[in-house]
Design a protein around this ligand. Structure first.
Ligand code: GLU
Length: 316
């Protein structure tokens, strides 16, 4: 078994990121597996100097250890280019000229989560027209998904916490991006290529990425790889239900560390939130390996509200 933690270094880690990292690490270690750390720094616009280094330091401070990495996605453009070529050879890619505004105007929102379903606007644009439009504006690249009635486009898997899932690509997302118009490889493709080439067999991450699994499994199969198994963990949210974000500065590890909070205190509080332990105790990740089970995580899969009581259990 090989797990991974794959943060995007767009700001200081907050408690929600630490929670995902901890559960991913415990799941791999409890299964006697290895862990990879991958820094998802593909988007040059989202980079700020020093953020990745601080993130790596915060993870070590929490007591999380790695068998491989940190691997930086920004250094791997050739492997993504090769995967794009393979998809191109399969005849599955096409250029898309839609702007964000076009997409908002033309796409139907997906019923359950409001994400936009691409309506296929740029499928089948003739080559001369592609050439003409490309000279005006660089296109993005989309992957053509099977029609709604084609069983190849129905993806079924069993999430370790959220149970059996079934998605129909044509209905739930439509043809999806594999490269942005600025040339940056899309998250969906990079993640699949990296997980496969790094030998990752188990993907554990925040619940917000559950809808990506179908696209990622589908891409993995197209590229000739067995998809990993998936386990999603609840999100940490503010009392109104809003998910924690980089702007919740008082909950980031920088703020907590400068208040003198011990890493074991944070790890203990997160383990309690995950349902792994009952008592307010300070523990290292290594001390928690024996208590880990997906049944416990699955029994606590509601969003975790970071309220005053939760905070008091950390800063006491
Ligand atoms: N880089 C993504 C994030 O930080 C996570 C990717 C993944 O775990 O698949 O949200």
């Amino acid at each position: 078994m090989r797990g991974r933690f794959a943060p995007t270094p767009s700001g200081r880690m907050h408690l929600g990121n630490a929670f995902s990292a901890l559960v991913a690490w415990l799941s791999a270690r409890a299964g006697g597996g290895e862990m990879v750390l991958r820094i998802e720094d593909l988007d040059p616009r989202a980079q700020r100097p020093g953020v990745a280094e601080t993130l790596i330091d915060d993870l070590a401070w929490l007591g999380l250890t790695w068998d491989e990495g940190p691997v930086f996605q920004s250094a791997r453009s050739e492997v993504y280019a090769r995967a794009l070529e393979r998809l191109e050879d399969l005849g599955l890619l096409y250029p898309c000229f839609c702007t964000r505004a076009d997409l908002r105007a033309a796409s139907a929102p997906h019923a359950s989560d409001g994400a936009l379903v691409y309506p296929g606007t740029c499928r089948g644009i003739p080559p001369e027209e592609v050439e003409r439009r490309s000279s005006l504006r660089p296109p993005s690249l989309r992957l053509r998904v099977p029609g709604e009635d084609d069983p190849a486009g129905t993806i079924e898997f069993c999430d370790l916490a959220y149970g059996p899932r079934r998605e129909v690509l044509a209905r739930d997302c439509g043809d999806f991006l594999v490269r942005r118009s600025d040339g940056v490889v899309a998250y969906q493709l990079a993640v699949v290529v990296d997980d496969a080439l790094m030998g990752v067999t188990q993907v554990v991450r925040g619940h917000d990425l559950l809808p990506s699994c179908a696209r990622q499994s589908y891409l993995a199969r197209l590229l000739g790889w067995k998809p990993p198994c998936y386990g999603h963990v609840p999100l940490l949210v503010a009392p109104g239900g809003r998910r924690l974000a980089k702007r919740d500065r008082d909950l980031d590890l920088g703020a907590l560390r400068s208040r003198g909070v011990a890493p074991e205190r944070i790890v203990g509080a997160l383990a309690r939130a995950a349902g792994l332990i009952d008592d307010e105790v300070d523990l290292t990740p290594a001390e928690l390996v024996g208590t880990f089970s997906w049944e416990k995580v699955a029994a606590h899969r509601e969003d975790i509200v970071v309220d005053d009581e939760f905070l008091a259990s950390i800063v006491r």
